[in-house]
Structure formats: C-alpha cells, structure tokens
Design a protein around this ligand. Structure first.
Ligand SMILES: [Zn+2]
Ligand SMILES: [Zn+2]
Length: 138
C-alpha cells in the first residue's frame, strides 16, 4: 500500500510503501513515555521505499530501549510529532517503524498484533466500556 505521511505542522512530509497487514501496537514503556499516551501504533516500512519529501526530523537515540537495543526516534523539530524509529547511525536503513497517526491512510491501517502486552495499561482491555463522547469532553 502506498502511504503518505505528514507531521502535524506539515514541515515533514514523506511517502512510503508498506504491507497494511503488518500494522501493530506497541505497549512498551518507551512508547508510553515518548508518545505521552498509552500505546503506539506502527507500520514497518522497508528502507528502500521510504522517501522523505520535505523537512528533516530530529533524532533522539535511547541507548537502552526496553528491547535492549539502541533505537533512534525521529520526530518533527517544529511540532514534536513522532515520525518513525529505526536503527541508529548514518546511512541507509533497512526499515523504519512509521507511526500511523501521521499517515493519510491511517483509516485503513488496523493493527493485527499487540507487542509488549506485559506493560500494557490494564484498562486497555476494557476500553469499550468507558463512556464515549462523539466530540470533546462534555
Ligand atoms: Zn511538524
Ligand atoms: Zn514500544
């Protein structure tokens, strides 16, 4: 599937190709802290299909991610939107874990698996029971 990405302010834009069946949720504590919320939803993009069209992300490398491997986190330097994570260092990357909230096609990207469920917020499984407002808080 062709993907079009843009951060919240529009400084960073990119395009990519990915398999929507590989969409996943990550409940790890790194994702909770760096998104400021309960979990992250990602799609892996092969490095050779990822094309940055505008802007340059800021890279933050956490040396001991929960996985045990260093991980480079890319985000927009102007608006802070998370863009992707990848292996640290210069040069071409094998793949990018792109954040689905910045993708135009996010409606079609339904997660197929939840990883790091051991650190998932316990209320996740009861989400449907929580009162819903069609718009903002009432
Ligand atoms: Zn931005
Ligand atoms: Zn994670």
């Amino acid at each position: 599937m062709k993907l079009n990405g843009s951060c919240h302010c529009g400084y960073i834009t990119f395009e990519a190709e990915a398999d929507p069946e590989k969409t996943s949720i990550c409940h790890c504590t790194d994702c909770q802290a760096s998104t400021g919320t309960a979990f992250r939803t990602n799609i892996p993009v092969p490095g050779n299909s990822f094309k940055m069209l505008s802007g340059e992300p800021t890279i933050y490398v956490k040396t001991t991610a929960e996985s045990g491997n260093p991980r480079a986190q890319a985000f927009c330097p102007k608006c802070g939107s998370p863009i992707y994570s990848t292996t640290p260092g210069d040069g071409p990357k094998q793949s990018y874990m792109v954040r689905i909230g910045i993708l135009k096609q996010r409606e079609q990207l339904v997660p197929k698996v939840q990883n790091w469920s051991r650190s998932a917020r316990p209320w996740i499984t009861g989400l449907v029971a929580i009162r819903r407002n069609e718009k903002g808080a009432t």
